[in-house]
Design a protein around this ligand. Structure first.
Ligand code: NAD
Length: 299
């Protein structure tokens, strides 16, 4: 049993914290939203009235926050984690944030005497609920070894990707590739249909051919071929287009800083921006199919 302070009990954090409770850990949680804290208490955790209270006796601190500014505030701000966590506590940020913030906060943590890991996840809310998340972990090897038993209660695949920030690098590279391949699948389905081909026929052939990819065979953006894909439930998320846009922006920001050429990543970001601006943000990211297939879409 490990004493865990958990900050950020939203769509992902709530089921992750509940799985830690189920695994026998003592979880004290805090969120700006009081109902989220109450829900953790109802699931067997402990409610805290502040971040400082949540981590006061923590051996491990886990954060699952929206973006870089919240991570900076929670770790570096007045009464933040670095000023309040017990000596020797292991700090794990599971949020998806920009690489620079991940590396800056990890450096500040090291200076304050803490082991810190960035451990963003893939698998979405379903993976968080089922404890089958993939963790991409950046930081020191000995910190990774300390974290593994705790992360195992929330995920199935836990990979050490190198030093601080590398978990975020893997995450944005994966999601940039996913967005590009989803757009490619949507364009192929649209072209096929406009030339008179049924989506199912295209699916049957391409899923056995060189154009095969997960966006098609695991998450097909048209209803029918893959029964579990969001296209069959009117594109209820899943992983929202707004979240995909957030990750594409992080990728473009990092690509600019590293002078890495990512022309298709830039095009994917521009296309998701258009889709989100046209009120698609709350839909699953595969709903960009509708946007691309609309004959009057000017891209
Ligand atoms: P969310 O908005 O549902 O949850 C974030 C929570 O953090 C909210 O409950 C909010 O009240 C809380 N919060 C914000 N600032 C705080 C502060 N200063 N102190 C305490 N609590 C604070 O978001 P989510 O869907 O749970 O996503 C969390 C992170 O995980 C994001 O970085 C997201 O990109 C990433 N992610 C999400 C998914 C997904 O499918 N939802 C998948 C993979 C990764």
């Amino acid at each position: 049993m490990t004493a865990i302070g958990f900050i950020g009990l939203g769509n992902m954090g709530a089921p992750m914290a509940a799985n830690l409770v189920k695994a026998g850990h003592q979880v004290t949680g805090y969120d700006l939203v009081p109902q989220a804290v109450a829900a953790l208490a109802a699931a067997g955790g402990r409610a805290a009235a502040s971040a400082a209270e949540a981590i006061a006796a923590a051996e491990v601190v886990i954060t699952m926050l929206p973006a870089g500014p919240q991570v900076r505030e929670v770790y570096l701000g007045n009464a933040g984690v670095l000023g309040r966590a017990p000596q020797g506590a292991l700090l794990i940020d599971c949020s998806t944030i920009d690489v620079d913030t991940a590396r800056a906060v990890a450096a500040a943590a090291r200076e304050a005497g803490f082991d810190m890991l960035d451990a963003p996840v893939s698998g979405g809310t379903a993976g968080a609920a089922a404890a089958t998340l993939t963790f991409m972990v950046g930081g020191e090897a000995h910190a990774f070894d300390r974290a593994k038993p705790v992360l195992s209660a929330m995920g199935r695949t836990i990979v050490h990707t190198g030093p601080a920030g590398n978990g975020q690098v893997v995450k944005i590279c994966n999601n940039m590739l996913l967005a590009i391949s989803m757009i490619g699948v949507c364009e192929a389905l649209t072209l096929g249909q406009k030339l008179g081909l049924a989506p199912q026929t295209l699916f049957d052939v391409v899923s056995q051919s060189t154009g095969q990819c997960w966006a098609l065979t695991g998450y097909c953006p048209v209803p029918g071929p893959v029964p579990s894909s969001p296209a069959n439930r009117d594109y209820a998320p899943g992983f929202t287009a707004a979240m995909m846009l957030k990750d594409l922006r992080l990728a473009q920001q990092a690509a600019g800083a590293a002078a890495a050429p990512t022309p298709l990543g830039a095009a994917a970001a521009a296309l998701y921006q258009l889709f989100v601006d046209s009120s698609g943000g709350a839909l699953d990211f595969s709903a960009i199919y509708r946007f691309i297939a609309k004959s009057d879409t000017k891209i």
